[in-house]
Design a protein around this ligand. Structure first.
Ligand SMILES: [Zn+2]
Length: 254
């Protein structure tokens, strides 16, 4: 079910306790010289739509939130940012609209690294208001690290930024938006970690030109393979989410 294509009487009939509300959240921010600013929004939307296509009775798909928490890209330009405090409120406002309307299961499907920390905090805050609901969220790549590891050829075997992964996905989904002649090895990535401690550095400090890893190794074929594998894994995660009991105390889950 696609929320934005339904009328209010149609939505009124949706079974509140049999439906998972899927809220894709992404961003519009610089993606180096070769990928479009809406890269995360394009990928996350495509994955969410494929998931809805295979589970149309179970999922209520909300339009993708294109505005993300992207302050760490601002100094590179071509970035629209939502400040963290506003972003956490925004996520809660969207979910609250569904929870107050009787829906009990919500999944934020994230497509942008900068959204991960505020998403978790937003869910923790929301849980105080709706302790009986299933409030979940994570990045679309979270359950596919083995697939990503075996598909990517460069040594960055994870989802970076305008990297081998994201470039392959856009080559598969929207090849006309890829500036082929500007694709290059992104060089060394300056880490944001030291002995397990987080070191806060923005993308201007961490990358030469706003991208990471080996976009020069990207292909549309890898993108297709990754897309299909990720959607399959998400399908199994959705099934597990429906098996989760709802409750407000430990005894409810035993
Ligand atoms: Zn991003």
């Amino acid at each position: 079910m696609k929320y934005a294509e339904m009328t209010s009487p149609q939505l009124a009939e949706v079974e509140r306790d049999q439906t998972l509300v899927v809220i894709p959240i992404a961003a519009v921010e610089q993606h180096g010289p070769h990928l479009p600013t809406a890269t995360d929004t394009i990928i996350c939307t495509a994955i969410a739509e494929k998931l809805e296509e295979i589970l149309p009775e179970k999922i209520l798909l909300v339009p993708t939130l294109w505005l993300g928490a992207s302050a760490h890209h601002l100094r590179l330009g071509a970035t629209v940012d939502c400040q963290l405090k506003n972003y956490m409120e925004l996520l809660q406002d969207i979910a609250r609209s569904f929870l107050q309307d009787g829906f009990q299961r919500v999944l934020f499907l994230n497509g942008h690294g900068g959204n991960i920390d505020p998403l978790k905090v937003a869910l923790r805050q929301l849980q105080l208001e709706f302790p009986e609901s299933l409030l979940t969220g994570g990045s679309y790549w979270a359950g596919a690290s083995d697939l990503i590891h075996e598909t990517l050829e460069g040594d960055h075997k994870f989802v970076g930024h305008a990297c081998e992964f994201e470039t392959s996905m856009i080559m598969h989904l929207r090849p006309e938006l890829v500036q082929q002649e500007l694709i290059a090895n992104a060089g060394e990535l300056i880490l944001d970690e030291l002995d397990g401690f987080f070191v806060s550095r923005d993308m201007k400090q961490r990358t030469r030109q706003g991208c990471t890893g080996r976009p020069d190794l990207a292909t549309a074929e890898k993108g297709k393979l990754l897309m299909e594998g990720i959607v399959n894994r998400l399908k199994s995660t959705v099934k597990k989410l429906f098996q989760q009991k709802l409750g407000t105390a430990y005894e409810d889950f035993c």
